[in-house]
Structure formats: structure tokens, C-alpha cells
Design a protein around this ligand. Structure first.
Ligand code: NAP
Ligand code: GDD
Length: 329
């Protein structure tokens, strides 16, 4: 039985990847750091099937021990401080969790199990102020946030370990991908949760930042398959994973509000605090290399994705309302 170790398993991508690998018959080990309020919501359906290991990406000894216990064939390094906006107020912590942590994880693998295949969660944020449209593996990086800078480090240290130690280390340069499990602070989920609350009468207004930003949004369930495909190749390499379609935050608002018969203009106001110190205005990926070499392609389109997310938030908010009524009675 193949064994996989996933960091960031309680996050959006980690939970979909764990489900995907369990389905394929893998034994899945999940690294979990200690938090004062544990949150297993994303992995609720598979919690008992995961072998839990206690560790923190900033603590090398804990990672060495995790790799020793799991003895993995594949390691997926998805853990990070992943919210771009939080990287300005917390630049050092972001550097430790998103950049230096990659070295820690690579070192743990190099020392304990150098033959394990390694996946690094790189990001389209590395393209930042884009040098060309669309962005491919050959596009130069120009990060625009402490998060983007940290991801560039994580990307290059992965390439460096591949070249220095002959490790099977891949870097997936993934463009934005979303789902009903997306954190509530990210723009798609913030909007779909806001739409559900407004539709159900719990909220009237929604504060937003830059509505003109353009993103290439795909479905997380499709993207974790690309991670796995990268590690099945004989030769390790780096791949852009994207839909190739670009939509604005404004279009996102129109799509989500109109789906429930509302108009975003009646509810949205701009809060200048939400506009970032340096913005990534536009991201759209060219994933032809992944499509040709991995045979990967996205299945869920933008509209379907946003509709699914609105439906899921409507169901969740309604359930919360029902449980509150029960508690009051
Ligand atoms: P996410 O939902 O924010 O999940 C992040 C995970 O990292 C959580 O499980 C979190 O655990 C864990 N983590 C954070 N700091 C840690 C630490 N010090 N030690 C151990 N675990 C730690 O992120 P995601 O959207 O699934 O993204 C997964 C990865 O892909 C991230 O590296 C992200 O930067 C990258 N990425 C994401 C996208 C995207 O659009 N989603 C695109 C490109 C790249 P807690 O539950 O304890 O917080
Ligand atoms: N979060 C948020 N909240 N973003 C807003 C808002 C708002 O109220 N209003 C406008 N935006 C704009 C942001 O300025 C940004 O241009 C865009 O919406 C997307 O923001 P996020 O959803 O927070 O994602 P991100 O693109 O910054 O980063 C995500 O994608 C990266 C890949 O490109 C994260 O998942 C990163 O971890 C990932 O690497």
C-alpha cells in the first residue's frame, strides 16, 4: 500500500487531496499543528481514516519525526500561511510558515527518506506584477506581497533540492482555486457566504476591496488531481495549473448575487481598508504543459463553481439558523 504524508491536511486543498488519495487506496498521514481551537471541519468525513501526526512546519524536529513515522512514498507540502492580505501585517510569520518551512520539510525528507517524491504548493502570486499574459512556467516572477515573496523562496528551494540532491521534487504553480471549503476570508467564499446571509435576511451589506482585480478561478477538487499526477511522472518538473479563463471580482459579484435573484449594487460598498498596499491586478494561466504532459484539464467552470458555492453556503447558513431556533426554544 502506498503511503502519503500531507501537510496542511485540514485546509481546503489538503482535505480534497486526502479524500482523493484514500479513494486510490493510499494510507494517508496528516500533519496537524497544535491550535487552541482545533478545526477538523474540512476533514470531518475522513477524520478517522487519517493517521494523525503532531507537528509544526516551523519545527524541524517534529517534521523529521513525522517523516520517520510515516515513511512516505509521497509528501505533499500544502501547509502555509496562505492568506495574502495577512502577509503585510504578519510578514515574518508568513516568511517562516510559507518560505523557511519548505526548507524544513525538504530537509526532513532529505535526511530521513530521500527517495520519497515531494510536491511543493507554489502559487501564481509569484507572477505578481505580470511580465506577460498569460503566465506560464517560463514567465519571470515579480511578487507583490510578503506572501508572494515567500512563495518564490519555496519554489526555488524546491528546484534547488531537486538539482542539488537529485530528489524527485516538483513545484505546482497553481492559480486560484476555490470550493465550499475555501476559508471565509478569501474573496469567492466571502462573497458566496455574504450572498447566502443577505438572501436569508441575516445581513444587508457586504464590504469589498478592489472590484477590478482579475483572477483565473478553478475548482480545488480538480486541482488536487494535478498534484498527484505530477508525482506519478518519472521525471520531476514544475507545472502551471490554471483554467486559462479570467474574471473580475465585479463579475464574481454579479454571478453570485444574480444567482439568487439579487443585484450586488444594492448591497456592496467599498471599504478602502480592504484595498491592498500592492495589488496583483491580473492573473491568467497557460497550463498547456500540464495538459500535454500530465493529461490534466479542469472540469468545473467559473459559473458552476460559484453556483455550487452559493448553494453550499445557503444550506449551511439555513442549518445554522434552524439550530439556533431549536436552541432558543
Ligand atoms: P488553507 O486552506 O489556508 O490551508 C493551509 C493549511 O496549512 C491548514 O491546514 C493549516 O493548518 C496549515 N498550516 C499553516 N501553518 C502551519 C504550520 N506552521 N504548521 C503546520 N501546518 C500549518 O490553504 P489552501 O487553500 O488549502 O492552500 C494549500 C496550499 O496551496 C498553501 O500552501 C497555499 O499557499 C497554496 N496555494 C493555494 C492556492 C489556492 O488558490 N487555494 C493557490 C496556489 C497556492 P491550521 O488548520 O492549523 O491553520
Ligand atoms: N480576500 C478579499 N476580500 N479579496 C478581495 C476583496 C475582499 O473583500 N475585495 C477585492 N478583493 C480582491 C483582492 O484584492 C485580490 O485581488 C482578489 O480579490 C483575490 O483575493 P483572495 O481571494 O484573497 O485571493 P488571492 O488571489 O490574494 O490569493 C489566493 O490565490 C493565490 C494564487 O494566486 C490565495 O489562495 C493564495 O494562497 C494563492 O497563492
Amino acid at each position: 500500500m502506498l503511503k502519503a504524508l500531507i501537510t496542511g491536511v485540514t485546509g481546503q486543498d489538503g482535505s480534497y487531496l486526502a479524500e482523493f488519495l484514500l479513494e486510490k487506496g493510499y494510507q494517508v498521514f496528516g500533519l496537524r499543528r497544535r491550535t487552541s481551537t482545533p478545526n477538523y471541519e474540512n476533514v470531518a468525513g475522513i477524520k478517522e481514516k487519517i493517521h494523525w501526526l503532531s507537528g509544526d512546519l516551523t519545527d524541524l524536529a517534529s517534521l523529521i519525526e513525522a517523516v520517520r513515522v510515516a515513511d512516505p512514498d509521497e509528501v505533499y507540502n500544502l501547509g502555509a500561511q496562505s492568506y495574502v492580505a495577512a502577509s503585510w501585517p504578519q510578514p515574518y510569520a508568513t516568511g517562516m510558515m510559507t518560505a523557511m518551512a519548505v526548507t524544513n520539510m525538504l530537509e526532513a525528507v532529505r535526511i530521513v527518506k530521500p527517495t520519497a517524491r515531494f510536491y511543493q504548493a507554489s502559487s501564481s502570486e509569484m507572477f505578481g506584477k505580470v511580465a506577460e499574459i498569460p503566465q506560464s512556467e517560463k514567465t519571470p516572477f515579480y511578487p507583490r506581497s510578503p506572501y508572494g515573496v515567500a512563495k518564490v523562496y519555496g519554489h526555488w528551494i524546491t528546484v534547488n533540492y531537486r538539482e542539488s540532491f537529485n530528489m524527485h521534487a516538483c513545484s505546482g504553480i497553481l492559480f486560484n482555486h476555490e470550493s465550499p471549503r475555501r476559508g471565509l476570508e478569501f474573496v469567492t467564499r466571502k462573497v458566496t457566504d455574504g450572498v447566502a446571509r443577505i438572501k436569508l435576511g441575516l445581513q444587508k451589506q457586504l464590504s469589498m476591496g478592489n472590484l477590478e482585480a482579475l483572477r483565473d478561478w478553478g475548482y480545488a477538487g480538480d486541482y488536487v488531481q494535478a498534484m498527484w499526477l505530477m508525482l506519478q511522472q518519472e521525471t520531476p518538473d514544475d507545472y502551471v495549473i490554471a483554467t486559462g479563463e479570467m474574471h473580475s471580482v465585479r463579475e464574481l459579484l454579479t454571478t453570485a448575487f444574480s444567482y439568487v435573484g439579487l443585484s450586488y449594487e444594492d448591497h456592496v460598498y467599498i471599504d478602502s481598508e480592504l484595498v491592498r498596499p500592492a495589488e496583483v491586478e491580473l492573473l491568467v494561466g497557460d497550463s498547456s504543459k500540464a495538459r500535454e504532459k500530465l493529461g490534466w484539464q479542469p472540469k468545473v467552470g467559473f459559473e458552476e463553481l460559484i453556483h455550487r458555492m452559493v448553494d453550499a453556503d445557503l444550506r449551511r447558513v439555513e442549518a445554522e439558523m434552524r439550530s439556533q431556533i431549536v436552541m432558543v426554544n
